[in-house]
Design a protein around this ligand. Structure first.
Ligand code: FNR
Length: 342
């Protein structure tokens, strides 16, 4: 059968050879300066060789204080460019496009510096963050912009802004974590202002595709819902964001009913109600499941996380399931049938 999963997808000038995106996943393997090393080279190049269309790097910190852990990758200094450039070169060499997820952990940062957030409200049991002053907010917006310049120099094809999982941008968006009374808090427009400024700042220095990962619901009374995100997604569309990557949760502890494709309904709603391209993620583990989501127009791209940790060749497995022929890497051509087992 024809496969939508294995059909190309255009993101501005960037052509993805298929709809499979490696979901960003922290590997906690950088050194204390945020430098990439041979682990990252092998890890990301393997998924490119495995025929993922877009290999997205893990959450990469735009400031040292904004790291989730002291082993996060960093992009806060020009010294990071060379190591990241090696990663984009390897990913390209093995046939994929590359993306980087730009992140600031906000109140969920666990490095030794004080954590910062829109308001001095801690995440469950963690240290109380300092509420950011206006000039500090501007500094972080500038850090996202400087990171985008470095991402360009390191030759990434796509930037994803991490607006999900209870990290800094998500903390600004949700009234549960943002109780500011200035222009960055209160109304939805004001809570969106930080993300709006980051998108604009990135666009000043980056003409390539931009994705934003969101947590489409806080799963919590008084928190944000998918309807709120339809509104935010419309604003992102107006700003020229290319894809909304629809994850959920992790702003506050909450019980989540997890099942195969559990976040697909968020992608479906945002895609149709905000009329913007979306990515679906979360317990998508087979080619048939991915194909079904695309055929039912519930998403434009399929993000695969843990299944790609278990199986770097997931796209080959999915292609076999769908009866779609992927070309062999030339190194394997003398052993026909090794990869395709039809
Ligand atoms: C993640 N996830 C994640 N998400 C994100 O936006 N940035 C990140 O750096 C990470 N880090 C991370 C590390 C590890 C080890 C896991 C397992 C997950 C979430 C991930 O991208 C994905 O959304 C979820 O894992 C759900 O998709 P799967 O794994 O069910 O396909």
């Amino acid at each position: 059968m024809d496969s939508l999963l294995f059909s190309p997808y255009m993101l501005k000038e960037v052509v993805l050879k298929n709809r499979i995106v490696m979901s960003p996943m922290c590997m906690y393997s950088a050194d204390s300066q945020g430098m990439a090393n041979t682990f990252h080279q092998v890890h990301y190049a393997s998924r490119a060789a495995g025929q993922v269309g877009l290999v997205m790097l893990e959450a990469t910190a735009v400031t040292p204080e904004g790291r989730i852990s002291s082993k996060d990758l960093g992009i806060w200094d020009d010294a990071h460019i060379e190591g990241l450039q090696t990663l984009t070169r390897l990913i390209r060499e093995y046939g994929a496009k590359s993306a980087i997820q730009l992140a600031h952990a906000g109140r969920k940062a666990t490095v030794d510096t004080p954590a910062v957030a829109p308001s001095a409200i801690p995440y469950d049991g963690m240290k109380t963050p300092l509420a950011l002053a206006t000039h500090e907010i501007k500094d972080i917006v500038a850090a996202f912009q400087a990171a985008a310049v470095r991402a360009r120099k390191a030759a990434f094809d796509v930037i994803e802004i991490h607006g999900a999982h209870g990290y800094l941008i998500n903390e600004f968006l949700s009234p549960l974590s943002n109780q500011r009374t200035d222009e960055y808090g209160g109304s939805a427009e004001n809570r969106y202002r930080f993300l709006r400024e980051i998108i604009t700042a990135v666009q000043e220095v980056w003409t390539g595709p931009i994705m934003v990962r969101i947590s489409a619901t806080d799963y919590y009374p008084g928190g944000l819902t998918p309807d709120d995100y339809v509104e935010f997604a419309k604003w992102m569309k107006e700003q020229g964001v290319d894809v909304i990557d629809c994850s959920s949760g992790a702003l506050v502890p909450a019980s989540i009913d997890v099942y195969p494709g559990y976040q697909v309904p968020f992608s479906n709603q945002i895609k149709h109600e905000a009329q913007i391209a979306t990515g679906a993620v979360g317990l998508i583990t087979s080619g048939l499941q991915a194909e079904e989501i695309l055929r039912n127009e519930q998403a434009d791209l399929i993000f695969i996380g843990r299944e790609l940790l278990r199986n770097p060749y997931f796209p080959r497995t999915a292609a076999n399931e769908l009866g779609f022929e992927l070309s062999e890497p030339k190194q394997y051509e003398r052993a026909p049938g090794t990869i395709k087992h039809k």
